[in-house]
Design a protein around this ligand. Sequence first.
Ligand code: GLN
Length: 489
Amino acid sequence: MTDDLTRLTVKEALRLLRLGSVSAADLVTAHVQRIERLDPHVKAFLRFTPELWEKQAGEADRRIRQGDSALPLLGIPLAVKDVLCVRGVEATAGSQILKGFRPPYTATAVQRLFEAGAVMLGVTNCDEFAMGSSTENSGYFPTRNPWDLGRVPGGSSGGSAAAVAAGEAMIALGTDTGGSIRQPAALCGVVGMKPTYGRVSRYGLIAFASSLDQVGPFARCVDDAAITLSIMSGLDPLDATSSDRAPMEVLSNFGGGVKGMRLGVPREYYDVKGIEPGVKASIDAALAVLRMQGAEIVDVSLPHTDYALAAYYIIAPAECSSNLARFDGVRYGISEVDAPNITELYLATRRKGFGGEVRRRVMLGTYALSSGYYDAYYLKAQKVRTLIKRDFDQAFQKCDAIVSATSPTVAFPIGSKTQDPLSMYLCDVLTLGGNLAGLPGISVPCGTSDGLPVGLQVLAPQWGENVALRVARAFEQASGVGAEVASVV
Ligand code: GLN
């Protein structure tokens, strides 16, 4: 019975709660028991928040008893990536440098979920400062893929994806700078969505690359992702980059199916270098399903795709070198206080606190921004970014949404790419264009290859979340391929 409660979608859980057949406390207990059993193997969580889940589940049950059960996430167990601040809860961005940091405020995205009734279970593991595609760059430990514990869950939001896949949380939050929600969602067989740049407030998000970072949900079905995202969306006076457009309307028009829609398949994505035959076969099958549902599949081209990775790996490190300058041993986290002077304190703290990938990026980014190289690298990359955005604009003249694989490969064995940063960077070739162009994108499970999940990515024009959701939902319904809860051990 309790394991059954960890397989529910939000909609099903709300129904049971409103009927009174389960309580919010029951839901929490079921998830906590599952975590106790599975998380020693999966290692999705860095830390737990019993004080919050007790308070929030108690409050949810009190509301239900009083007949007030309208909140859209009432009693729903939530996991939060370790880059989002929650007041009083240690937040480290997967890094040793922030060890012991307890933020005095809560990120707006998380706060809005709390106000909608969500119950926080804990903080999930991630690549250090969200830099990576496998969660092996965590400053604590790697997370394992619930479908095969010898493999990575993807990254950087691998802990959140694994938690939802393993039935340890019903929904989870991640961040996506180059693919860190969609790629782990694909590798773990769950739904993950990155909204349009500006849709969700980043107040209280520990920044990686500010012109690319977005917060978004992981869930077990498209509807759950849509509800969670819509609750988080909308203007926040505390984040100047959040858009003042009206917040997303939920469940308004994305139930409509794909009949008559034009879905573009970019040839550069379809035949991307290194795509596994099993992944391609799953995508072909998905396209056939969409065609059967009445969509028109059209060829499109994103001619600057070859340059996207290079542009991203200038822009993201440049921004990170600037954002991470604040971690100096004075303001947050650890401090090498015995250093003889302030400069030594900075150096010693950063040397001790940052891992290899973060250092590599800080060095790359500082170099790309230095005088004499700024024009050659950073400015050039920004120009390429404009061309990539233009590619998408042109493609969207011919189609309503773009469909492709989310990741060229299924989950890979732990350790297989850690010695070769470039091979790790290639994990995001199909996702990072969406970040450079600021587009919304979703990954939805579309079958398996060698028993491991494959994800279908749907990208839509800016502010077209409902278009992406509509395609993803139509596929989910027609294919019958939903996120399954992994059996783990
Ligand atoms: N894997 C990409 C990187 O390492 C993307 C990370 C992300 O989206 N946070 O930068």
